[in-house]
Design a binder for this molecule. Sequence first.
Ligand code: ADP
Length: 466
Amino acid sequence: MANLKLEHIYKVYSSGVQAVTDFTMDIEDKEFIVFVGPSGCGKSTTLRMIAGLEEISDGNLYIDGIRVNDIQPKDRDIAMVFQNYALYPHMTVYDNMAFGLKLRKMPRAEIDARVKEAARILGLETYLQRKPKALSGGQRQRVALGRAIVREPKVFLLDEPLSNLDAKLRAQMRVEITKLHHRLATTFIYVTHDQIEAMTMGTRIVVLKDGLIQQVDAPQKLYDYPANMFVAGFIGTPRMNFFDAVLTGTKAKVYVEFEGNKILLPKTKSASIINIDEYLNTGKPVVLGVRPEDFHDEELFISNSKDTCIEVRVDAVEKLGAETLLYCVFDDGSEEVLEEGQIKSLVETKTPMIAKVDSRSTTEADQKVVLGVDILHAHLFDKETELSILEGEGTKAYVPTVELERIANGQQEDLINKNRTFFERLKYNKQKKAKAKAEAEAAVDQAKVEDVAEGENVVEEPTIEE
Ligand code: ADP
């Protein structure tokens, strides 16, 4: 149980890379916070600073009101789970989970109770005497979670823990981790680049880009009220369609004009435009954002929304079973005239868009169709700043110890190594390398066998502890 306060936190690496800029947020006890963003946006760096594995360049980090900037990782009362499970291959599941506690010199009986309880929570009771190589990827990841659970930390930090698993297992583990969070009632901070994981697991999501927080909100709020075009485009698949547009009309009747269309905005929408005078009839460019599911091709919808219909040409249709995607372009009717010898470009120059319609849709490719726009759910952004210009959109709120054990163990290993003679060390290192390689290969084979036996698709090699 813990709350965290991240206050104006910066990270500048010695290479000069500014990975995190002014990260400020309060995390309440028992929250499940997800950091999400594209690769390199600073998610892991932030998590590692919370863990104490990276130094904080500037700012303050508080856990339960205590400033921990200068507190050693092992003393921060946190546990971290990594993408690579980092299990000790020569130890059983039981010993892997017990190891960190033994290092802390915990009484044997308590270790036993904690390991058994963690195994029960994670459904690992029957695997306690197995070595990691005899486990599937999902089971190994559960052991990694178990190692974190037995420590009973104040905060769980998880760094892309599911990205080594295949899609089916990932979906299962998503649910398991969410259940685990409910059961443990502890603060979780989870890093991922996968927006589905973010949407399904987080109580709040922090969207990051280039080391800067873009928005912090509950998943549905983030989806319904994105603060800017980046968040709007990052969350949701297929992504939101963006159209260059201008606002015309009068304050009582505001139209959005785009791609040769003119759509009336409902009063509730036009009334919520911030600084409307800046945009109305001034030609100042805005961007209209429409999610694919907010286009409709059902007759009933179209006949009920005459003021908000557009005409497009359907280029391709993808039937996905539960829904159908229409890949459309705004067709201005002009035929492309090719000069002699000129080859038609494969790149579509007309504005493309995607509509997600009902699977019973009869729309086919190479058709011109009318689509109704659910304009109440549409978004408007300033083209220059890319910020939403709708009131209430994106209320800006506003963020590890298997590795810590690893560090502790690494140091231990180093000490042991120091006491060996040069030749002993050479032999030891060679043996260690050969063993690690053999174990990795064996584990992959074993996983493949289990894959068939259990219907689980285990593809990743286990990480061998150095
Ligand atoms: P993410 O987890 O979002 O993929 P990271 O936090 O790993 O991003 O990295 C953020 C930025 O910091 C990237 O530009 C990355 O190249 C840089 N970076 C990460 N670790 C280091 C390091 N140890 N030294 C220098 N730059 C680093």
